[in-house]
Write a protein that binds this ligand. Sequence first.
Ligand code: HEC
Length: 121
Amino acid sequence: MTHASIQIRPVLLQFARLILATAALVLLFLIAGMVSSRAADTGAGKVLALQWCASCHLVAEDQPAASSTSLPSFYDIAKDPAWTTEKLATFLADPHPKMPNMSLGNIEIANLSAYIESLKP
Ligand code: HEC
């Protein structure tokens, strides 16, 4: 009887370790998932676009600011297959000369690119 319980204990301990290791892994994946989904938040991208881009570009149908009709709208950019998410990100990291001096961070760039891509018809 005592002999058997002594043998079971190490097995239980190993099992507990396995569960802990699995829980740690799951937690890691959850955190990674949260970070990556935050990296491309179209809602945040729209807020940024309305704030930073709407004075020149048409960025949303419900935008309150008037924009230039001679500039490509974000719908035009989204429709153009040449503007991939990667190209947009590169472009926005080194913005066009006529744009006001705004330093966009990587997360903002990813959100803006994701928002523009989301306007694809
Ligand atoms: C002050 C006006 C202004 C603002 C603000 C502005 N843009 Fe522009 N944008 C331009 C002009 C002008 C062009 C035309 C290209 C050029 O002359 O550099 C352009 C071109 C672009 C293009 C390339 C379109 C094409 O087909 O060539 C993209 C993409 C773009 N803008 C994205 C943005 C984003 C995203 C923002 C906000 C973060 C923004 N722009 C804010 C003036 C502006």
